[in-house]
Design a protein. Structure first.
Ligand SMILES: NC(=O)c1ccc[n+]([C@@H]2O[C@H](COP(=O)([O-])OP(=O)(O)OC[C@H]3O[C@@H](n4cnc5c(N)ncnc54)[C@H](O)[C@@H]3O)[C@@H](O)[C@H]2O)c1
Length: 348
């Protein structure tokens, strides 16, 4: 990106897809100085109108057509809150108009579409980044910092358990690969952040357990081999009643000299070996980085803020598509492994 492409003054953005998630975006965007929502687009006209009223965006242009909106407004950025199947076409159209794009997860609805979007952003010299709001949770940043401090040594294993009895009652009840496609992308992306490792291969089994209120597989177990020989396991269900984990999952990280647990809520614990020789080693509790040490926070708001800053300065956001495609690749490889009932490489 050439220096004169940087947006130094007010950043003008169009938001497309005015459904459920758009409220979180518009709430966050209101708090960011110099960010102006100049247009709202939705194929359902009333959805855009409702959001404009709710967030007092009287000056914003409302439309059902993205291309017409981009032609008329020539914004700096497009915020994509549409459904996953529309992310590819919205992103390519926005890039064609020279816009930077921040989109909801997942990056795309297939690996082929994801690769095309990454390539298009590269060719356009524009940022395409993806909302992975859990990366902007201070507890995850503390956990990451604890791992990186080396107190438990190099990680050899990471386990995550996700068990929620979620009665959505909407499209998810009918959706194929519902847990892996709609939810596990968050947990897999967290695994990459926490361990600092990238995926190599996966063996996965999806199934729809007895008593499930979903049409398709709402449970899955996956074993990933990651770079550095680390093994990462995911066990999850969206139809497990009772003793639910948090939405952030329950984690155990095993290193060469100690272990870390995080219950996905407020409790992070770490122990490392201080003396060996007996049947059990002597262990010492390790200090956990305090909440103030979190370098990123704010969920959606934190991510949108970073994106705006990157558009202004030319820096690269943490969730840039060329990196985030690795988390999406974990999802599609897990689905493929389950279909074949065999381990498969994770490629992007
Ligand atoms: N980050 C998170 O925690 C989180 C949570 C829930 C949903 N999401 C993601 O957010 C996205 C939107 O989810 P939602 O729950 O708001 O869905 P939704 O169905 O409530 O809203 C989507 C909106 O997009 C509109 N739309 C669809 N195709 C369009 C197109 N081509 N052009 C313009 N408008 C179009 C629809 O009319 C609808 O109003 C999805 O990708 C979903 O996976 C993320």
């Amino acid at each position: 990106m050439a220096t004169d492409d940087y947006v130094t003054e007010s950043l003008r953005a169009v938001l497309v897809g005015c459904g459920g998630m758009s409220a979180a975006w518009l709430r966050a965007a209101k708090e960011i100085p110099g960010l102006e929502l100049v247009g709202l687009v939705d194929v359902r006209e009333e959805a855009a109108r409702q959001r404009a009223e709710e967030f007092e965006l009287a000056g914003a242009r409302l439309d059902t057509d993205l291309t017409r909106t981009l032609e008329q407004l020539r914004p700096d950025a497009v915020f994509d809150c549409t459904v996953p199947e529309a992310h590819h076409s919205v992103t390519l159209e926005a890039l064609r108009f020279g816009c930077h794009v921040l989109g909801e997860k997942p990056l795309a609805d297939s690996m082929e579409h994801a690769r095309e979007a990454v390539q298009a952003a590269h060719e356009a010299g524009r940022i395409y980044a993806v909302i992975q709001n859990r990366r902007y949770d201070p507890r995850i940043r503390r956990l990451r910092r604890l791992v990186a401090s080396g107190g438990v040594g190099a990680l050899t294993q990471a386990n995550s358990d996700f068990y929620i009895g979620a009665h959505f009652g909407g499209f998810r009840d009918r959706m194929e690969h519902v847990l892996l496609l709609d939810m596990a992308i968050h947990t897999f992306d967290m695994a990459r952040l926490i361990t600092g490792a990238d995926p190599v291969s996966v063996y996965c089994r999806e199934w729809n357990p007895g008593g499930s209120w979903y049409d398709h597989d709402a449970s899955a177990i996956a074993i990933f081999e990651m770079t550095g020989g680390l093994i990462y396991t995911y066990r999850g269900s969206w139809c497990a009643e009772g003793l639910n984990t948090s939405w952030e999952a329950d984690w155990r990280l095993v290193g060469e000299r100690g272990s870390i647990t995080w219950d996905g809520r407020e409790t992070i614990r770490a122990q490392a070996v201080s003396e060996t020789g007996g049947f059990h080693s002597t262990l010492t509790d390790l200090p956990v980085p305090d909440p103030e040490s979190a370098d990123r926070h704010g969920g959606h708001g934190g991510l949108i803020r970073e994106f705006v800053e990157c558009v202004r300065t030319g820096a690269t956001p943490e969730t840039v598509c060329s990196d985030n495609i690795k988390s999406l690749a974990m999802v599609f490889a897990a689905i493929e492994s389950s279909r074949r009932n065999a381990p498969v490489p994770v490629a992007w």
